[in-house]
Design a protein around this ligand. Structure first.
Ligand code: COA
Length: 564
């Protein structure tokens, strides 16, 4: 079918639908819902047989839905209506939630139902539920809806005839989310922050500043005067609650010179200089980097908020890897974070630095040092195991491992071009041809589109596509690792694999040293950071400040390419 994705932004859910529908052979184009005129024009140009609105903030113009079947993805169970569906589901501690695909009509979220898929709720942020459970349920529901639409004579179910458990709910206000530090339990506070994370955050007053809270975690064993900041680490602050304490990793202060999400310690600055430091090694400390070992296999996770890795975090991870290498293991698995494996350099921290160019330089060098450490690990086989999405430098960092295993369903964005034509580093000019071959490397580096695991595997960006539920990922990875450490007949032993790896690395180094790849890449990056062309700095500013797009990029709006 010819399908137009009409969306407010090309977010993770829309990217996933784009990948799935394209993979099924549909002709898919994308238009950002900027105003009625452009949306109507897009429909006239593309003449879609079906419109899908996975993420919209406004109603679809009547002239569109009256003439073309338009499906609205609502992140709520049947009967649920309103713009804060997931927020309410988290705040009211629902055990089961769902996604409903409705046919657009004159009533917002009130259309007839083509499909609905429920899922078990997980204790997680709104953004995480959206990126995972909601996305999986949407893919299923949209596939079901398309199948039905293609069957002659089938029709959607009117809401009145459906078994509606949901109801109309208002837009959630800050008053609904407000934390009562004296009375609210840790569990309640966590729900309040999580239902607003990534957007809009929970407004709260801290040390006289009105800030928005994000990135909450329990701090078991810690307590103090409710509402007071009782500790900090490098990035996060610890606030006492009525029954214990919580860690808050990120804050946004709209009145700050940098009015976007930043590590809490950076936002509060001088105000918390006397707050006691709680070591990350403390059992109640926050540990974004965590190492554990089992059956001769080391697992290194790095759960950085939004997958963004600043210079210090890269250095800490590099040190953690060096330590992991000293353990008596045969394999090291780089698990990344719970939601993202990595999204590369920390653009918000760069934006807030006194010199964005200098901080970009420091950050990319720290990423490169980490990538180099991964490549140089020669006593263990290194696996990048991607249970969450990865973007830009994060994808190439993953490729620095000997093998990349990725869960079916995650999305990769292996390109830097959208960030103002950034050239990129992380040894990608070595790693891509090495693993994908010259032809595929060229294809990957020139594309600007998201990629599913199947395509990534066919291009050599991913070695193993793992078809498993997200919750069973770790278990499955352990099983797969065992097949390497205890190989069956005809399979190479770990020692053979390691010998082969060392020989291949030595041969590659002899033909062109890694230092040369790095200096060539960094020469180009230097121009991106310090040169006359400000594209990277402008793109980063727009990204961090969330400046809305004024048009759909031609890479996505293929209907507009045709008329150019
Ligand atoms: N630095 C800082 N924040 C980042 C980030 C980065 N490198 N990558 C993503 N984020 C943040 C986003 O700002 C967003 O923040 P929010 O919590 O306020 O909403 C959140 O992570 C999720 O990102 P979003 O863009 O909404 O996710 P997506 O699934 O729609 O898109 C990407 C994924 C990777 C395509 C997109 O995030 C991106 O382009 N990131 C920048 C990658 C990059 O250029 N890195 C630098 C070069 S190495």
């Amino acid at each position: 079918m010819r399908i137009l994705l009409l969306c407010h932004a090309f977010n993770s859910l829309t990217q996933r639908l784009f990948v799935e529908l394209t993979g099924q052979g549909h002709d898919v184009s994308v238009e950002f819902d900027i105003n009625d005129e452009t949306s109507i024009e897009a429909v006239q140009l593309f003449k879609p047989e079906l419109i899908i609105a996975p993420y919209l903030k406004r109603a679809i113009p009547e002239i569109i839905w009256k003439n073309t079947i338009s499906l609205i993805v609502h992140p709520g169970i049947i009967g649920d209506r309103g713009p804060s569906a997931l927020d309410w589901a988290i705040l009211t501690d629902q055990k089961e939630w769902g996604v409903t695909v409705l046919q657009a009509n004159a009533e917002m979220d009130g259309g007839d139902i083509w499909a609905s898929v429920n899922f078990a709720m997980r204790k997680a942020t709104k953004a995480s539920l959206y990126r995972n459970e909601v996305t999986e349920a949407t893919v299923k529901a949209i596939k079901e809806a398309i199948q039905k639409i293609q069957q002659p004579g089938s029709a959607p179910l009117p809401l009145e005839q459906a078994n509606a458990a949901g109801q109309q709910q208002p837009m959630m206000q800050q008053a609904d989310r407000r934390i009562d530090w004296q009375r609210d339990s840790t569990a309640t506070i966590i729900r309040k922050v999580q239902c607003a994370d990534g957007f809009p955050g929970v407004k709260s007053k801290l040390l006289g500043s009105e800030v928005y809270l994000y990135d909450v975690h329990p701090a078991p064993g810690l307590n103090g005067q409710s509402g007071h900041i009782i500790g900090r680490n490098d990035n996060a602050i610890c606030i006492a609650t009525a029954d214990s304490a919580v860690w808050i990793g990120h804050l946004k202060d709209k009145n700050n010179r940098h009015p976007f999400k930043l590590p809490a310690v950076q936002v509060l600055g001088e105000k918390i200089k006397d707050v006691p430091i709680i070591n990350n090694e403390d059992p109640a400390g926050l540990q974004p980097i965590h190492y554990s070992a089992q059956d001769g296999i080391g697992y290194l996770s790095f759960n950085f908020y939004n997958g963004a890795m600043d210079s210090e975090q890269c250095l800490q991870l590099q040190q953690a890897l060096i330590q992991a290498r000293q353990q008596p293991t045969q394999m090291i698995v780089l698990l990344g974070g719970e939601d993202f494996w990595s999204n590369g350099m920390h653009l918000n921290r760069i934006e807030a630095a006194p010199s964005a160019a200098d901080e970009s330089w420091r950050n990319i060098n720290a990423m490169d040092n980490l990538a180099l450490e991964i490549i140089h690990t020669d006593a263990q086989l290194v696996i990048s195991a991607l249970n969450g999405n990865a973007g830009a430098g994060g994808v190439f960092l993953a490729r620095a491992a000997d093998e990349v295993w990725a869960r079916q369903g995650i999305i990769l964005n292996p390109h830097y071009k959208d960030m103002g034509n950034l050239y990129g580093s992380e040894y990608w000019t070595y790693l891509l041809p090495r693993h994908a071959g010259e032809e595929h490397a060229a294809k990957i580096s020139q594309a600007r589109l998201p990629m599913g695991v199947r395509e990534a595997q066919s291009l050599g960006l991913v070695d193993k596509a793992v078809d498993v539920e997200r919750a069973n990922w770790r278990q499955q990875i352990q099983q797969l690792c065992k097949q390497y450490t205890n190989p069956g007949p005809g399979q190479p032993s770990i020692e053979q694999r390691l010998l082969h790896k060392r020989q291949r690395r030595a041969a590659d180094e002899a033909s062109k040293p890694l230092a040369q790849y790095r200096s060539e890449e960094l020469e180009k990056m230097k121009r991106n950071f310090y040169g006359f062309d400000p594209s990277y700095h402008m793109a980063r500013y727009n990204f961090v400040h969330k400046v809305p797009r004024s048009r759909t990029p031609l890479t996505l709006a293929k209907h507009r390419r045709r008329v150019q």
